[in-house]
Design a protein around this ligand. Structure first.
Ligand SMILES: [Zn+2]
Ligand SMILES: [Zn+2]
Length: 459
């Protein structure tokens, strides 16, 4: 074999830069290597630098998050370029990117990943619905196409990915699984590590310690996905409808940038939007049945009048009070969803005054994880929450109520997801789901129809 000259046979330092930077697009401050090495890499065409904010005529576009909204750019006096300078406010969380800054991209040889034989060590069995979806996933990965897995809550969608991913790893492909919530990333990591013990796996979310960002399987929140560039052969987006503004522009941009030009995209959802369902070139496979074979619990509607007036007067609406006491007496865990943080604190106070032990959590609550843990372990029997717990969580034998189901925060998708918390475990496949309301809404009806339809399709 002929010996190759330097660009194809990089020095050890260049090699470690490649390992770090390949498949990413980063600011200089995010690259812990010396200036001289980076300049050399640019000279030798391994690295390219492009301006972070692109100008299209009058319009600015952020190359990292795709933002083009004028109101989402700030202007300040910049210490770097010593003048008034624009920066993107939309992706500020990832570090400020201003007009005078560059993004660095590795354009040399891509990293090769090992072709792993029989990487899957999972021994479980798929339900008939899962098996069909699993075959579609394998197919989508083989043909590099786009697939939506429309799976009811509790269908077991993670396992549906396993055989397809095994196939991907066998071909030395690199995989990104992006999900909207940090909690879900944390929950998925041990499951994937157990099922694919030989695959290098990394978890990326705000505050995560993982630095092996070149791992073959990356589990990340969508925000973190914005740092990648043409890196993945397979991109899986979990709960695609859960992102703010459902599959919004910046998510699409992030995913489009993170995947290789020829790649597979797999979208997972229990409640896909119509926009998504009518997306061209998208194959859809449905799992209308839960893995344990029992139908989805159908919500019942219970009118409770002007509940908010009662709550403001420090009174627990009597029907709700009855519901809580009935199940507490049966020693069942209870989830009570409320429409707002203010209702949450009012309810919490009333429950305290009535000596009902409970936990109350909302999205911005720093003690959220502890509270969820206390509920999971049975230390607390009643949990009052905003919509934060509508997805991605499983509590055995939980009974669920929504207070003020007529509120606009409870969309069809949210209500379907909330109802989907009930009866997820094989040992307790049924349970109560009640919408306490002050007037039935379209969303409530649509949610109930949605669930009944899935049950019908599931047979
Ligand atoms: Zn941006
Ligand atoms: Zn500047």
């Amino acid at each position: 074999m002929k010996s190759r000259c330097s660009p194809l046979n990089p020095s050890p330092q260049l090699h470690s830069l490649a390992l770090f930077l390949a498949g990413k697009r980063l600011l200089r401050s995010e690259i812990p290597f010396e200036e001289a090495l980076i300049n050399k890499a640019i000279e030798q065409n391994f690295v390219e630098k492009v301006s972070g904010l692109q100008t299209n005529g009058q319009r600015l576009m952020c190359r990292r998050c795709g933002n083009q909204e004028r109101s989402l750019f700030g202007v300040h006096y910049c210490t770097r370029c010593k003048q008034e300078c624009s920066y993107c406010r939309h992706c500020l969380q990832l570090g400020k990117i201003s007009r005078c800054q560059y993004l660095y991209i590795w354009v040399g040889q891509p990293i090769r990943y090992p072709r792993l034989k029989r990487a899957l060590q999972w021994q479980g069995e798929l339900s008939p619905g899962q098996r069909q979806a699993s075959e579609s996933v394998v197919q989508a990965i083989a043909t590099q196409s786009e697939l939506l897995v429309w799976a009811v809550c509790g269908a077991g969608k993670t396992e549906v990915l396993f055989h397809g991913l095994e196939r991907a790893f066998e071909e030395g492909k690199r995989v990104l699984l992006a999900t909207p919530r940090t909690d879900v990333v944390k929950e998925l990591v041990p499951r994937f590590k157990k099922s694919f013990p030989e695959v290098e796996i990394t978890a990326l979310y705000g505050g995560s310690k993982d630095r092996h960002t070149h791992a073959q399987l990356v589990l990340a929140t969508t925000h973190q996905a914005m740092r990648f560039y043409q890196a993945f052969d397979v991109v899986v987006i979990d709960e695609v409808d859960a992102f703010p503004f459902s599959y919004d522009k910046s998510l699409q941009y992030a995913v489009d940038q993170a995947k290789r030009p020829t790649s597979t995209m797999i979208l997972l959802s229990a409640t896909p939007s119509n926009t998504l369902l009518t997306k061209p070139q998208l194959t859809v496979v449905k799992i209308p049945k839960r893995y344990h074979g029992f139908p989805l619990p159908v919500p019942r509607f219970q009118w409770i009048g002007n509940w908010s007036k009662h709550v403001k007067k420090n009174q627990l609406p009597s029907k709700l009070d009855h519901w809580i006491r009935t199940y507490l007496a049966q020693k069942k865990p209870l989830l009570l969803f409320v429409p707002s943080v203010s209702t949450l604190s009012l309810m919490s106070r009333i429950l305290l005054e009535n000596n009902v032990m409970h936990a109350a959590v909302h999205a911005a609550d720093p003690n959220r994880h502890e509270a969820v843990q206390a509920f999971r372990s049975g230390k607390v029997q009643l949990m009052v929450t905003t919509t934060i717990l509508e997805r991605g969580v499983t509590f055995a034998d939980v009974q669920v109520a929504v207070l003020g189901a007529e509120n606009t925060v409870f969309t069809e998708a949210a209500l379907v997801q909330i109802a989907g918390r009930v009866g997820r475990k094989e040992e307790a496949p049924t349970g109560d789901i009640v919408f306490f309301h002050y007037g039935i809404t379209k969303a409530m009806r649509a949610a109930r129809t949605h669930i009944r339809q899935m049950n019908q399709e599931g047979g």
